[in-house]
Design a protein around this ligand. Sequence first.
Ligand code: HSE
Length: 347
Amino acid sequence: MMMTPQRTYRIILIGFGAVGQGFAQILRDQGARIATQTGADLRLVGVATRSRGSVGDPAGINPATLLDALRHDGDLRRLPGSTSHTPHELIATLDADLLIEATATDLQSGEPATSHIRAALARNMHVVTVNKGPAALHLAALRREAAVAGCFFGFEGTVMAGTPALRLALEDLAGCEIREVRGIVNGTTNYILTQMEGGMEYGAALAEAQRLGYAEADPTGDVEGFDAAGKAAIMAAAIMDTPLHPDQVERTGISGITGMAVAEAAAAGERWKLIARVWRDASGVHASVQPTRLPATHPLAGVGGATNALTITTDLLGEVTLIGPGAGGIATGFAILSDILALHRQQ
Ligand code: HSE
């Protein structure tokens, strides 16, 4: 990578679940290398959790100390800089360059994440969100507000975690007309379906997906297809310039797919996959999320576990398919890093 001049980014991280911790692990294990390699010195100055305390320290918070405190004490309350500040108070009082929004997604209201983002932009902070609510519901407005504030607004991690699906479509395929995007965009349901093919019960597979940090705080969002519908809405807005409310996405989840249905498909040489699709036709842009039986020889049928895959159909290049991790703390923590480095390249 071309070295950009050294620059320090003072970061407030709101939300310290699987993704926030994944990002902290990346900083702990790779922060020095990233600074040397790219010139971006990433420094946490504030971390807010929902129920395990918050910390603010303008001098910087060591990510190893943060993760150790969580492991040993179960919360952050004994750390120096521990504070009872709410996320809004942290954003209002700490001097920072960048806000990371990593709280639990709410696809109905987009809150509290959207308010956190707007509060940060009002203080001229750059923003990276891995929270899907603001991107699914308010993408155009937030991009506009960030541009007016002269700030970067990154949302790469909202679709396919750190696998660069949005950047591929928006930057590398710029100049093509994108006619359709179609694929597997929810890691939890793909993990469950894959485990069920191996004979595991639905409930046990879901519990495992939760343990591995793939599932939403409320996994109904995954299994009923809401998460995939939110991602379809994000892709419609980002890639096809057409805002669709997640409720406008025709949606069926996988909770009706029984072990017997999985076995029947296998006996017929097929596999169930939860397929999200966004497409443009003469009447406009449409989106759907549907469990679909695919022949085992179909490229998407071979995508197992929490892996995601997206086929982008373009006018000039035909079909381009991207396969990669779609959920999990490190995979989504990497999306945050990738957005910050995109910002850094613009400096
Ligand atoms: N719950 C989501 C999934 C997380 O399983 O894909 C990544 O957005």
